[in-house]
Design a protein around this ligand. Structure first.
Ligand code: MN
Length: 428
């Protein structure tokens, strides 16, 4: 058994049972001790940031054999390029140092002062430099809901959907870390089908509850990754809010798919949770009927039981409304299938590339992962505490997504990805 996920091992640092960051998680992220200070790589336990650059400087990560300065980088990419066994060793070394029965750090207040920082005093940054971002459409429930709304029950799923993980190439430059405000986009829409298009702020701004995986290692141009090797190319997962302007999307999307409706912002959670940390929460993925073509057929088909929630809070309101409780395990196409399909043409993925799942809707009404579905295209408005009715997002609304795996008395989670809608800028 991987000792880092042993539920019996506790840290000398206090971890609340509800906290997403017990010793069994040890995600990777990038922080700075203040807004102007240099960025460094860290992990987190309980309410503490563990500065890996400081641990390396103290000579405590030497056994991993990684070059000096690797953790004093502004992004995780150089670390992600390290040998997977070395990366694994870093988690094991950190795990050993933080155990309740290990005195090196526990009993050395000077060292502790250098290595551990209270989480509330630091700034979290975008953890990874992403050159290419791909968004899939892997939830059968989401694709069916959208299909029913736009094409009717008979043709809900398009003929390709059960045979391949549908996706599109997204925009990497506008990926932002949790907490970054989101400016309402302006764009071209056609509110009435018999009238000319108009230009203005989007009136149907939406969120999409997604999870994404970061690629490490990648593959050479021309060399596809086999589906059963695909997870070797995955560094870890984050929560993704793939903000969407539905009115812009509706007018622009044919025939080439989403463009301006999706390119203004994509928010991610700051901690990248490794597949090692998620391993105890593996579970079967939904059965596929019809079975996929051989290049998408998995020898060990599995997914992860990750509970997901979305809350929307109106400006100035004390409380938000939980509008969705879904689960990553509902996804029909797995990350391995997405990666295999993406590369089957020989397309090269690189370290830092982000592959997002697409909106993760579950089977019940309370588990839909977008306002488009929750309000059924605006026909069933929500009422927000202290904020009135909503079909889509209003200026000042804050959307917060969270996700975690529930262990016996502990959680391994992602923290949150949050963002507040700012009014559209003046027209150009
Ligand atoms: Mn999306």
């Amino acid at each position: 058994m991987d000792p880092t996920v042993d539920p019996a091992v506790r840290s000398f640092l206090d971890v609340d049972p509800q906290c997403h960051f017990p010793l069994q998680n040890l995600p990777f992220g990038v922080f700075s001790p203040g807004p102007r200070a240099g960025r460094r790589i860290a992990t987190r336990v309980g309410d503490w940031i563990v500065d890996l650059a400081a641990l390396q400087d103290a000579g405590l990560l030497q056994d991993a054999g990684l070059p000096r300065g690797l953790f004093s980088q502004p992004v995780l990419n150089p670390f992600m390029d390290a040998d997977p066994q070395q990366r694994r060793l870093v988690r094991r070394l950190v795990h050993s140092l933080l155990r309740a029965d290990e005195p090196t750090l526990r009993d050395d207040p000077v060292l502790r002062g250098r290595v551990l920082l209270p989480k509330d005093g630091v700034v979290m940054h975008l953890p990874v430099l992403t050159r290419d971002y791909t968004d899939f459409y892997s939830s059968r429930e989401h694709a069916t809901n959208v299909g029913i709304m736009f094409r009717g029950k008979e043709n809900a799923l398009l003929p390709n959907w059960l045979h391949l993980p549908v996706g599109y190439h997204g925009r990497a430059s506008s990926i932002v870390v949790s907490g970054t405000p989101i400016t309402r986009p302006r764009g071209q829409t056609r509110p009435a089908d018999d009238q000319p298009p108009v230009f203005g702020p989007s009136r149907q701004l939406d969120f999409e509850l997604e999870a994404g995986c970061f690629v490490a290692g990648g593959n050479r141009l021309g060399e596809p990754v086999a589906v059963d090797q695909a997870t070797d190319h995955i560094f870890g997962l984050v929560l993704v809010n793939d903000w969407s302007a539905r009115d812009i999307q509706k007018w622009e999307y044919q025939p080439l798919g989403p463009f301006n409706a999706k390119n203004f912002a994509t928010s991610i959670s700051p901690w990248v949770v490794t597949l090692d940390a998620l391993a105890p929460f593996r579970c079967p993925a939904p059965a596929q009927e019809p079975g996929p073509l051989p290049y998408l057929r998995e020898g060990d088909r599995h997914t992860y039981d990750i509970r997901l929630e979305v809350e929307v809070r109106a400006q100035g309101a004390a409380d938000g409304l939980r509008v969705c409780a879904s689960n990553f395990r509902h996804l029909y196409w797995t990350m391995a299938q997405q990666l295999a399909h993406h590369t089957v043409t020989g397309c090269n993925l690189g370290t830092g590339d982000l592959l997002a799942s697409g909106t993760i809707s579950g089977p019940d009404k309370g588990s839909f992962g977008s306002l488009l579905e929750i309000t059924w295209r605006g026909t069933e408005p929500l009422t927000l505490p202290g904020g009135g009715g909503r079909t889509f997002l209003a200026d000042g609304d804050t959307v917060t997504m969270t996700g975690w795996c529930q262990g016996d008395g502990y959680r391994v989670g992602f923290g949150e990805v949050t963002g507040t809608i700012l009014p559209a800028r003046a027209a150009p």
